[in-house]
Design a protein around this ligand. Structure first.
Ligand SMILES: Cc1cc2nc3c(=O)[nH]c(=O)nc-3n(C[C@H](O)[C@H](O)[C@H](O)COP(=O)(O)O)c2cc1C
Length: 359
């Protein structure tokens, strides 16, 4: 029988409620970069997802490029996240923490004292960035990391993953998509390093693969997932000739590690022939769970699962405004539209006040 959104699936040796993933979404409610009760309520409301992936969470003070995003590098943050994992588990859900280091997509007004903006190379993202104290600002020029700093940043990821497990998460997702630090290493437009972390495809992939390997060693490969967005120009990622080769190589190497899943933002790949081939090639290379995302509705998702193009489908904006999205899908109920004005505001409005279906 062909798979549907509600066919059973094992992750981490336990069964998921369904094949619906809540996509990672930055919501900027972590005042002081510490997760709070409001955040726990928000995720608990959405615990009927087969898997929740949290908002991007920084492994380092240097990775806090946006206002009010959470971290996972100190005790207060670990304690804060325990509220979320407990609340989600009490509702029978599963939750992975997304580890996100913003790298050059950053402004110092958002970052704590003593931190600095780092990237593979001193090349600006040349974008705009909201700051609470100075309004909209230009992203700032990053400092190129020394080789020693690259290695210590990898250790920050590994420690973050251990902290996530200590906070009760079921696993972590390494955010290597959307132009953040790992993606900055993968792309030759933002990485012109001449050490072992730049140049050839193998070298550009080294940062990501060392994080993945050492995370898998530290917390278990079955608790380690990763997110990619090939061909996506978001955050000033340039198109480059070796894109196919890069992700082909990454997926083969990640398969050897036996990590739990690859989560692919496929929208930019889907509009070009080479990208369509890459989506299929990653599927072929990788034996773990394959999650696809971006712009899916129930019909498209059901099709992708029934044809075995993917094992799970992630939904972003639909989960913002429909806390009971799986129930609505199951019963073919109408979906509420999200209010974009409250995506990144600081309080409960447009966050925990979307109603559940009355049916
Ligand atoms: C408000 C908002 C915040 C987001 N933050 C993140 C993030 O922290 N990490 C990430 O990997 N993707 C992030 N994304 C991208 C989503 O995970 C997802 O890829 C995107 O919304 C497309 O899926 P959809 O069409 O189902 O909404 C964000 C998207 C939105 C709308």
């Amino acid at each position: 029988m062909s798979q549907t959104l509600f066919s059973p699936l094992q992750l981490n040796g336990s069964s998921l409620n369904n094949r619906i993933v809540m996509a990672p979404m930055t919501r900027c409610r972590a005042l002081g970069n510490v997760p709070n009760d409001l955040i726990a309520t928000y995720y608990a409301q959405r615990a009927t997802a087969g898997l929740i992936v949290t908002e991007g969470t920084s492994p380092s003070p240097n990775g806090l490029g946006y206002a009010r995003i959470p971290g996972i590098y100190n005790d207060a943050q670990i304690e804060g996240w325990k509220k979320t994992t407990k609340a989600v588990h009490e509702k029978g859900g599963k939750i992975f923490l997304q580890i996100m280091h913003t790298g050059r997509v950053s402004h110092s007004a958002n970052m704590p004292a003593g931190s600095k903006i780092v990237a593979p190379s001193a090349i600006s993202a040349d974008g705009n960035m909201w700051t609470d104290s100075q309004g909209m600002q230009k992203t700032e020029m990053p400092e190129a990391m020394t080789t020693a700093e690259v290695k210590s940043t990898i250790q920050e990821y590994v420690q973050a993953a251990k902290n996530a497990i200590a906070a009760g998460f079921d696993g972590v997702e390494i955010h290597s998509a959307n132009g953040y630090l790992p993606n900055q290493f993968l792309n030759p437009g933002s990485n012109v390093r001449t050490d072992e972390y730049g140049g050839s495809t193998e070298n550009r992939c080294r940062f990501v693969l060392e994080i993945a390997q050492q995370t898998a060693d530290a917390i278990g490969s079955e608790k380690t997932g990763i997110r990619f967005s090939p061909y996506n120009p978001f955050n000033a990622m340039q198109q480059f000739d070796e894109t196919f080769e890069t992700y082909d190589y990454l997926s083969k190497e990640l398969n050897k590690m036996g990590i739990a899943y690859i989560h692919l933002l496929d929208a930019s790949a889907r509009v070009i022939e080479e990208g369509l081939e890459l989506i299929a090639k990653i599927r072929e290379n990788f034996d773990g769970i394959y999650i696809l995302n971006a712009g899916y509705d129930k019909e498209r998702a059901t099709h992708a699962l029934s044809t075995e193009e993917a094992d799970m489908i992630a939904f972003g904006t639909k989960f913002i405004s429909n806390p009971d999205l799986p129930y609505r899908f199951k019963n073919d109920l109408e979906l509420a539209a999200p209010d974009q004005n409250t995506f990144y505001t600081a309080d409960a409005v447009g966050y925990t006040d979307y109603p559940f279906s009355e049916n």
